[in-house]
Design a protein around this ligand. Sequence first.
Ligand code: SF4
Ligand code: SF4
Length: 474
Amino acid sequence: MANESTQRVKKTVEVTESFRDRHSNTTKEGQRKWVYALKPQGRYYNYRSYLSWFYLLIFFAIPFIKVNGLPLLMINFPEGKFILFSKIFWPNDFFIFAVAMVASIIFVALFTIIYGRFFCGWVCPQTVFLEFVFRPIEWWIAGNPAQQKKLDAGPWTKEKIFKKTLKHTVYILFSFLIAHTFLAYILGVDEVVKIIKEPFIDNIGLFFGLVFFTGLFYLVFSYVRDIVCTTICPYGRMQSVLFDKDTMQVSYDYGRGEPRGKIIKGQEQELGDCIDCTLCVQVCPTGIDIRNGVQMECVGCTACIDACDGVMEKIGRPKGLIRFASENQIANKENFHFNFRMKAYTGILIVLTALMTYLIVTRESIDISVSRVKGQLYQEIGTDSLGNLFSAKIINKTRNEVPYEMKLDGIPGTVRMINSHKMVLDKESITDVNFFIDIPKSSIKKRTTDVNIGVYSNGKKIQDVKSKFLGPFI
Ligand code: SF4
Ligand code: SF4
């Protein structure tokens, strides 16, 4: 029986093998094959719609959300200033970003090994904007795929000019809105409002930046579209090295579906469950036929699952001819089980997320580094003490002025500031100070003594800094 099924599959694959000759969005002649995707209908599309609307709401709302006067998220690359969960991060917090970058790469890799391109189809901004903003605009103005094809192929009538002009005007307006929102993530919403109100000549650089990004988004969502996912995006290109036979992905159950063929009433037919209606192909936003097997152009959007489930329901056959499954599940008819490998990877993902959260939450608002001034030996202070000269760099990452003082902990002695330093850190500032540490000779037992400097603000210790005190050879 299994042998018979394999034979049927081989036969079908021979017929459809030509799909490998060219890219999914290229015709035989090498021209761009425009994807006219049909609107999917079904439970996965509904879930994706809810998720995308929530996502869009969050995307447009975040720049307006402030906590303690600070934006929730701001990524100001030009000034090297980053705000995450209303906490300011400075260039010296770079290690957190380095850990975050490494953790994100590992996270994405592990997630992909287990769940395939689920991210692309459900969460990637490119898919969310294209499938839930720009394509619905197209369906609304130009109609379903058949009407769109007819309009494109037809002459430039008044109706065509009107529909095309309206569609592209709405596209440009949305691209303009997206570009401004991105700028608000970089500069903050107050700055963007200020720029809008001011004469454009005062912000000519930013004006051209906005025009450039509006044009870029318009080009991506009106013309480049699926090529971003199938050709340009590096994450998409990594898939082939991350997938294995246990990776969960949108898959066609070829054993059950083949040989495919249309149902002819009153005829005895030896066919699989696929009735070759091609609905799964018509809804695909990258224009592929999932029945040809797993392909790197598949973004895992699950539109074909919805389409095929609808067909199976109508013809009274079990759903799931196309489903989210691994190659091993399809080939060996295994049930899904959360195997050891998946558990291990998921465990690592949880640890990485916890580590990132810990680093962000425990990050100090005042950062101090202290070092002994190079080339300086100890000095005699009076008759009974020795002094060492130190320098400190203090970063106040808060939006408030912070009074502070430094004291020695665990050893007798004093911290003596040089000159009349005001002992208040300006808000969002970096302060360089020099000071002496004086220690009684009786407390110095060796050439190098460890010292702990306690930094206090309003009587509360905010940080401990360790350094070394240099004395005479003993
Ligand atoms: S094959 Fe299915 S899951 Fe993959 S991109 Fe096309 S419609 Fe989406
Ligand atoms: S939607 Fe289902 S039945 Fe129709 S062609 Fe695709 S796999 Fe076959």
